[in-house]
Design a protein around this ligand. Structure first.
Ligand code: AMP
Length: 249
């Protein structure tokens, strides 16, 4: 069974993001970039499925600039077999990525596509759902457990107030949530081995898809800074302020 895993290159989660002075976007020049954390979880799950003998091959896909090959390389060092970069120098949105993934899932005859539940840069939480819709495949989103047997994936989903278990007759789409697993660190020998694994670079025209953005960003702003708090002398003063200033009690 062949797996496709989608990995996005995003601003590293430890970086405090800054808005560009012209307020058109977040600053990425000179900023540390890494694999989207939920995609690391997706890659780890795919590698575990291969280790269990459930998956035969793992193909990692990224849509983005040439530097996204580094992100693919990280996934190869974790244990994926080969990569595909859909090379584009313009902004990409979930619909475009879903179209590219659809073209590749068909070309590769993938049985399962695993994505992160959300990219931490744009917080769209839409690509996996759009891909499932475009393919007319079942989807198991926010997965915290995946079991595959006899062409059926049993997915435990993290939903508000609990867990929901769904079954998907494969082929299907799964999006990874935080508790699915703890991604491994790539060992040095595996990082070396990953250098020899192939990465195919394709253009959107090669896939016959149009990834042009449909959304226009009007303005990007930093959240308002919080005002400093004050210390009150005692409980009576606090109650007074809550009642007469904040008017919440
Ligand atoms: P989003 O819908 O943008 O929040 O992203 C959800 C998931 O879709 C991510 O965790 C990735 O697995 C995948 N994805 C989104 N954008 C890209 C991209 N440019 N290249 C590869 N995968 C992506």
């Amino acid at each position: 069974m062949k797996l496709l895993v989608a990995v996005k290159r995003v601003v590293d989660y430890n970086v405090k993001v800054r808005v560009k002075s012209d307020k058109t976007a977040v600053e990425t020049a000179g900023v540390k970039m890494s694999m989207n954390p939920f995609d690391e979880i997706a890659v780890e799950e795919a590698v575990r499925l291969k280790e269990k003998g459930v998956a035969s091959e793992i193909v990692v896909v990224s849509v983005g600039p040439a530097q996204a090959q580094e992100t693919i390389r990280t996934a190869l060092a974790m244990g994926a077999d080969r990569g595909v970069l859909v090379d584009t120098d313009h902004a990409v949105e979930p619909l475009g990525v879903a179209k590219a993934l659809k073209a590749l899932a068909l070309r590769e005859e993938a049985q399962l596509v695993i994505l992160g539940k959300q990219a931490i840069d744009d917080d769209m939480n839409a690509t996996g759902q759009m891909l499932a819709a475009l393919m007319n495949w079942p989807q198991g989103t926010y997965a915290s457990k995946i079991d595959i047997e006899g062409g059926v994936a049993t997915v435990v989903r993290e939903v508000d107030g609990g867990l929901e278990t769904v079954t998907l007759a494969l082929p299907g789409v799964v999006t990874a949530d935080l508790r699915l697993n703890e991604p491994r660190y790539a060992s040095l020998p595996n990082i070396m081995k990953a250098r020899k694994k192939p990465i195919d670079v394709v253009k959107e025209a090669d896939l016959g898809v149009d990834l042009a953005p449909r959304l226009t960003t009007i303005r990007v702003e930093e959240p308002a800074t919080r005002k400093a708090g004050i210390k009150v002398a005692d409980v009576a003063a606090l109650v007074d302020k809550l009642r007469n200033e904040a008017k919440v009690i």
